[in-house]
Design a protein around this ligand. Sequence first.
Ligand SMILES: [Ca+2]
Length: 361
Amino acid sequence: MVLSALTLANCQADTEAFQNAAFVPLVIITDMEPDDRIAMMLASDLFADRMVMVGTSVRHAGRKRDLAARALRQDALENILVVQGSGGAAEDYPDVISTRPARLYQNEGKGILSDDALRNYRLAPRSSTASADALINRLAGHEQVEIIALAPLTDLAAALAMRPDLAKRISRLHIMGGWTLRKGIKRTSYNWTMDAAAANQILALKGVPIYLHSSHVFKREFIGGSLNTANAPRVIKALLAAHEKSANIRDFSIAAQSWDHHVIRLIPALAERIKPHAGQQFSPSDPFTVLAAADDKLVVSARPVFVQIDLEDLDGQSGYAVTVTDDPKSAMMLVESMNAERFRLLLEDSFNRRSSVTDTP
Ligand SMILES: [Ca+2]
């Protein structure tokens, strides 16, 4: 049998497209919450060849740096630069319901990092400019850089405030953030509420291709914004089956147990949804944002928009008011609907692969 010329041509075109894509370095900004851990595993699967930097942000950014480095090491990706970014104390962030778990969490890394290491973080600086500096270096050193932001946008905004000329080097920026609807008003969800000024600065960028993944879509597609045995039984079964083989999934379980119970204590409204699945559920938003950066078929529809946050209008229950305007000229695409079934299959597939190999201890 000989491959038809057409098939061969298609293969070559695919290979070239892959090689071109493979040459764009990728940066991930994360706050290492449980769903970020799943997202990081997917990024290891998909972007091992071009991931050049991971920056950590929010409270315990130093612990998060070491947790991210550990997660990459467990996937044999110890060569990727991992840097601590902006952080702070609880009082440095707006106090609304969605920010409370992150503001008040004390157990970051507990059961995963050593007790000595955990003690030492008390003496270490809470916040670092290393992530903003490294972002500048990555953008200055490459014609194009792709960025996936799974955390507040503080460090990217700081980098571009220092070097606005580098914004044009961002080939694609995938943002997990957005809003949910409260009393008929769009209100920022967690990532944007934590640093709304930074989010506004990034949203005002002109000409940067931004793919916006908003909380309101995830809440709609996955009731309440959780993947669990009720709405994704095969995904969770594959996750649990990989527990024995994958150090990263074992770390996920420890972090997720601790985090979920913390959230249940602080946000009783979520208890009913999370409690039956504590430690065995995760938010789809960060994993989806990473997968969608590699797989166009996950996004069913998107529309160009201009988005602005009203920094003067903070609701104590939810977040800042958001205005969304249709704008055919905008380079920012709001993802409006997704292929949830394909997403579940890709997650299941990734966990199944972790069941079949023993990774770095
Ligand atoms: Ca996150």
